[in-house]
Design a protein around this ligand. Structure first.
Ligand code: AMP
Ligand code: MG
Length: 325
């Protein structure tokens, strides 16, 4: 969950506050949280927004593995810990996504994430010894959950919830807003978002960022009551020997994902699913990734590969309103 480099939103929100369709009065606030920019827009009050931010903060203080006092950090240090219901839920969901992506999504990549961060600082590639040592600690099947206790079966294993926790936090913020009677809102945590109800002028319009020309958008989708997430190689990466190494790791090889997608956008019934699948499909690549998306009900996706080769799932057209590439 660490930011290495600059932060440009993976997705642009196209807000037209001049919309005439509804009587709604939208207000918007932005904060730097969970190592990213979180913006909340509601047809509601400042207090609604504050409560939604608090829900996100709560998740961050449970699941951020860069804050030493969080329960996930304690688990990583001790190898076992009693965890809150929220964190256990996220781990269980993560294991589900590991199963359906055949291990491409795997929260036990922690040691590899740390290794690649070190390589970024030291400006070198890992030795095969270093890589194999970290790789030997990866495997979601070595997470044991009994009651409220979670155990990591191999000494040195570390969980990294960076590929799913932001989506979960967004869903929690939306849950709070719903409980407060908010009907229309958008919560966006650095490209992991949920669009509740409608925006100022009909369904929410979300622009998909061009992965190389960050001032441009590839297309626009129109969504209501859906999670949307993008995983890209363009906002968090290290440069080693002049080559770009992204922040998403292939758990099968230990290497950062190279030469396949530049970005993956997923539309799903909730932000947790969209977040985890965007990361998992990024590892799977355009062929296997698209196959997976097409096999899942109510999930759609767009994969942009090198050379701006774009593929979309069978139902993507239901959401797309414009395409520029
Ligand atoms: P996202 O930006 O949602 O695609 O998540 C990327 C983050 O998830 C990385 O910064 C790591 O913390 C973590 N991560 C990297 N590779 C994987 C993977 N294969 N499965 C699950 N999480 C990963
Ligand atoms: Mg993700």
């Amino acid at each position: 969950m660490k930011t290495f480099l600059a932060f440009l939103m993976a997705l642009f929100i196209i807000l037209t506050f001049m919309g005439e369709k509804t009587e709604a009065k939208f207000i918007s606030e932005t904060k730097f949280m969970m190592d990213t920019t979180v913006s909340i827009t509601v047809d509601g009050s400042h207090q609604d927004i504050q409560k939604a931010f608090s829900a996100i903060e709560k998740i961050n203080f449970l699941m951020n593995d860069y804050i030493p006092s969080t329960e996930i950090s304690v688990l990583n240090r001790k190898g076992t810990n009693k965890l809150s219901c929220d964190t256990r839920q996220v781990i269980l969901k993560a294991i589900h996504f590991s199963k359906i992506t055949r291990g491409a999504f795997d929260i036990t990549v922690g040691p590899l994430v740390r290794l690649w961060q070190r390589m970024g600082r030291e400006k070198r590639l890992p030795t095969s010894n270093e890589l194999n040592r970290a790789l030997s600690l990866v495997g979601y099947k070595n997470i044991k959950i009994s009651g409220d206790t979670v155990k990591l079966l191999k000494k040195g294993m570390m969980l990294d919830l960076g590929g799913i926790a932001k989506g979960y936090a967004v869903d929690k913020a939306i849950e709070v807003l719903r409980e407060r009677g908010v009907k229309n809102a958008l919560v966006n945590a650095g490209g992991d978002m949920y669009c509740l109800g409608e925006g100022p002028s009909g369904k929410w319009r979300v622009g998909i960022q061009h992965p190389r020309n960050l001032r441009k958008i590839v297309g626009i989708i129109s969504v209501a009551n859906r999670g949307v997430a993008t995983s890209g190689d363009y906002y968090r990466y290290h440069v080693i020997n002049g080559k770009r190494f992204g922040h998403i790791i292939n758990p099968a090889t230990g290497w950062t994902v190279q030469d396949t997608p530049m970005s993956v956008t997923i539309i799903a019934p909730n932000a947790t699913t969209a977040d985890a699948l965007a990361t998992g499909v990024f590892v799977l690549g355009p062929v296997k990734g698209l196959e997976l998306i097409n096999s899942l009900p109510k999930v759609e996706g767009m994969i942009i590969s090198k050379g701006m080769k774009i593929v979309t799932s069978s139902g993507w057209g239901k959401y797309e309103v414009k395409r520029f590439y």
